[in-house]
Design a protein around this ligand. Structure first.
Ligand code: HAS
Ligand code: CU
Length: 554
């Protein structure tokens, strides 16, 4: 008899100790979010000419605040969340618990990493911004701390791979459940991508900050950073896509429209996320135009799986909206569960991401990039991607995951619906300010509140940024209140007992071309081939110039 194609893990429940470990991953994520939000308000108000940085105890410079903001939000929040979320859904999809020692090791690597990097940041010894560009030099604890954060993501991946291997042994011939497959591929992509930053930190910046390596090569360091640094944005985004594809349909009463399309989308991200990093360096000298042009083309390639996602996620939503009685061309939209805080946060995440994605295409265009590079446009772009699609999805997932993990019902669900709306309205005003300011030449990473110059249109752009940023902060404070109250006073009955896992319209086929998508090892090798094509010529022909000592300017 042939093996069943669809595996059914009904009845799976996490052991209590694993549930606790997963809760702690969420705690780190939410604490990092809080640290980042306070500094976010200061950055936004700076664009409006208001300086509140002077009131932050212990803060010595604008760049210290900006580094804390970027590191906390972009590096800690995102990965602390994914370290919990991806293994959690993998275990649920495979119907088997995770490896407990690995789960604890993941947590401790992340916690110690945050402690070390946090020490350097708080004492103003790491005001190098989240891009960690040399020749700005940080204290060694910053590099070691962030290296440990990366190690924690590897441990989380190892946990998923081991769980998958054990499951495969017991289920030969059965297709990998879709949810586990896309969660594992998300981190497989990141594992490859993180090699760049691992070499950068361990091979150059850490020995340099200790004094073992007297000088570094800033251009080469930037190349290593962006090798990881473009793919990192998909490492942030793909967990949100996991939720949009595989959880949200169930939450709105719809179905995943295609098993094979969903798998193919994640394979495309594995293949194309990394060989595109030069699109952050169009303006850098020392990199041949032809390498930049090749990666520009691949950047338009990695746009494609997001477009496929837009159409297929919308189709699953439509199935849900119609099942709930929606009719006509757009009537199904109204019928979506707009009263469910988890769903609303993620619908708003998707809607704002449309603009985030399109501004990305402008960045990616070789010539238009000249207009927007290093201007306020850029934070406008990335707050509509990581600051909306990713953040609002993390918030949306938290609205069911925190009750699921703590066994306590969400506190004040109506307020939670309002929370996402308030944040989103603030975000749109804020991004409108930054985008228009950027088009009028307003620089990014500049303390505008103390700038001795100004430009046409910066007044309105800055005011909108300040107003929008304040509204976003109010939205985030509500989120923290809801999380704390859920933990403290949330009712002990009525919390979700299971993760919302969606069904697919048609189950995966046991044979045929799409069964080959499950050969993860093969796709990893293909990804490496593409990386070699895109980066190989540069690395092979580059002469390392160790020229720069370290500087601490702020
Ligand atoms: Fe980007 C710079 C190009 C996506 C983040 N990006 C950045 C930086 C960050 C960032 C942080 O080519 C600044 C880095 C720094 O500090 O210097 N980006 C792109 C492109 C995409 C893109 C082509 N970026 C992202 C995502 C990010 C992110 C995602 C975070 C998560 N970006 C660039 C470039 C630069 C850059 C250059 C360098 C610029 C420079 O000069 O420095 C694409 O992947 C975007 C594709 C996405 C779409 C949107 C699809 C829409 C979907 C939603 C569907 C809606 C539904 C709603 C279903 C085309 C999937 C239905 C709901 C109903 C209610 C009906
Ligand atoms: Cu990029």
């Amino acid at each position: 008899m042939s093996a069943p194609v669809v595996f059914d893990p009904t009845g799976f429940a996490f052991p209590a100790n694993q549930r606790r470990a997963l809760q702690w991953a969420m705690v780190i994520a939410i604490v990092a979010m809080f640290a980042g939000v306070a500094h976010g308000l200061a950055q936004a108000l700076s664009y409006a000419g208001i300086d509140i940085l002077q009131y932050f105890p212990g803060l010595r410079s604008y760049y210290q605040g900006l580094t804390v903001h970027g590191v906390a939000q972009a590096l800690i929040l995102t990965f602390a969340f994914s370290n919990g979320f991806l293994p959690m859904v993998t275990a649920r999809a495979l119907g088997r618990p995770l490896n407990t020692p690995l789960l604890h090791a993941t947590f401790w690597a992340m916690a110690v990493g945050c402690g070390l990097a946090g020490y350097a940041l708080m004492t103003n010894q790491a005001s190098v911004l989240y891009t960690s560009y040399s020749p700005l030099q940080a204290h060694w604890t910053y590099y070691l701390g962030l290296a440990l954060v990366v190690v924690s993501t590897w441990l989380a991946s190892a946990n998923m791979f081991l769980t998958l291997r054990a499951w495969r042994r017991e289920h030969p011939g059965t297709r990998i459940p879709l949810l586990a497959y896309i969660a594992i591929l998300s981190y497989a992509m990141w594992d490859l991508a993180s090699i760049g930053i691992a070499v950068l930190f361990l091979g150059f910046l850490l020995p340099w900050s200790i004094g073992w390596l007297p000088k570094v090569d800033p251009l080469f360091n930037r190349v290593l950073f962006w090798f990881t640094g473009h793919a990192i944005v998909y490492a942030w985004l793909l967990p949100a896509y996991v939720s949009w594809y595989a959880l949200i349909p169930k939450q709105v009463g719809g179905k995943i429209i295609s098993d094979r399309l969903t798998r193919a989308v994640f394979v495309l991200f594995l293949l194309l996320s990394i060989p595109t990093g030069f699109h952050h360096q169009y303006a850098d000298p020392g990199i041949a135009e032809r390498y930049k042009a090749f990666q520009a083309v691949l950047t338009f390639g990695v746009f494609f799986p997001s477009i496929a996602t837009a159409f297929s996620v919308m189709a699953s939503l439509e199935i849900g909206g119609r099942a709930r009685g929606g009719t006509g061309l757009l009537g199904w939209i109204r019928k979506l569960p707009w009263g469910d805080p988890s769903v609303v946060a993620q619908l708003l995440a998707m809607l704002t991401f449309v603009l985030g994605g399109f501004t990305g295409l402008i960045n990616a265009s070789f010539t238009m990039n000249q207009v927007v590079h290093n201007t306020a446009w850029m934070p406008g772009h990335f707050h509509m991607t990581v600051g909306s699609a990713v953040l609002l999805s993390i918030i949306g997932v938290s609205y069911w995951a925190v009750p699921y993990l703590t066994g306590r019902r969400l506190w004040a669900p109506k307020l939670a619906v309002a929370q996402s709306w308030i944040y989103t309205v603030g975000l749109m005003i804020f991004a409108r300010g930054l985008i228009s300011g950027g088009l009028q030449g307003m620089p990014r990473r500049t303390f505008i509140a103390q700038a001795t110059y100004t430009g046409e249109g910066w007044g309105l752009a800055g005011a909108l940024t300040g107003i929008g940023g304040s509204i976003m902060t109010a939205g985030m404070l509500l989120f923290f209140l809801i999380m704390i109250m859920t933990r403290l006073v949330g009712k002990r009955d009525g919390a979700p007992k299971d993760i919302p896992v969606s069904e697919t319209l048609t189950p995966p086929s046991p044979s045929g071309w799409d069964a080959r998508l499950d050969r993860i090892g093969f796709w990893v090798v293909m990804a490496i081939v593409l990386i070699l094509l895109a980066y190989g010529p540069f690395f092979l022909t580059y002469h390392l110039n160790l020229v720069s000592p370290g500087f601490r300017l702020y």
